[in-house]
Design a binder for this molecule. Sequence first.
Ligand code: IPM
Ligand code: MG
Length: 360
Amino acid sequence: MAVIIGLIHGDGIGPEIVNEAKKVLDAVSRKYGCDFEYENLLLGGASIDATGLPLTEETVEKAKQCAAVLMGSIGGDAKTSPWYQLPADKRPEAGLLGIRKALNLFANLRPAYLYDELKDACPLKPEMTANGFDMIIVRELTGGLYFGRRYTETVDGLRTAVDTLTYNEAEIRRIAVKAFEIAQKRRKKVTSVDKANVLDSSRLWRAVTEEVAKDYPDVTLEHMLVDNCAMQLVMNPGQFDVILTENMFGDILSDEASMTTGSIGMLSSASLNETKFGLYEPSHGSAPDIAGKNIANPIATVLSAAMMLKFSLDMDAAADDIESAVQKVLSEGYRTSDIYSEGCTRVSTSEMGSLIAERI
Ligand code: IPM
Ligand code: MG
């Protein structure tokens, strides 16, 4: 029976990198004799162009019929793209937030690890990463500042903007449980990141996380303030195993963590709900400045496809094949421009995709 995979090509470099991930999935399907059927879904700018809206009911309904959805990236250049002349709730990003909420994708997993082969591309001093690092950021994705009430009004003659940061204990508990479950399969350490010295939402976050920790006695829990975490990520990234944090902090820290791996073009992600379903996307954006040039790095999307095979399709061996193929291509010296260093072979987006697919 065919497995239906939704594909959101999206905007900017999105279509190019999704095509390469599809190439790799086709190689997997040949090797394992499985039948992947692709359903194209519209989101973001591409959806605005076609329908006037960044997310339609049709996309949500179609996504629900898929076993999983693989996405490129959405959004354009805020200075030049007409999408940004629209009110905020009609822009591409609103579509992404909308689909996360509509599908209840509350758990965003963003792994960041340093490939030996990319040590030269890592911007940190060698002594900071002597023992490498391998962490996963577990970011709450459907609450907090992103989904609180927001408005702008005039108060005493001054334009005043309000964003609200709300978490209830159930929202905190379910993401904490995810983090502890993941830690049990890794090095058994959770670093919960908050701003409990200032924010009430963080104090509740800390209390609930400690309650959850009682059910996982084999996992060590530590708390870290977000400003300190931002510093520790560049000073001693090797100390982290699982970082558990709320939506906004996770957005910021995951960009920082991804850059320490050498390039934001390497970081995959999975957004999950309580079922097997997930939305898989690179952690990076749509890079409109290099769109259509066949120079973007497709590896984050290819690795997102591997996460999809593991979490949604129970194809662990195939996921491992993709990860090994990426590793092999890197160790053979092939690099897209963003991770290029001297002595390596510079390849295009499509060449990188083919090289990985050939090694499945
Ligand atoms: C991400 C992105 C999104 C976010 C944007 C595009 C709304 O930065 O997935 O990290 O802030 O969540
Ligand atoms: Mg982000």
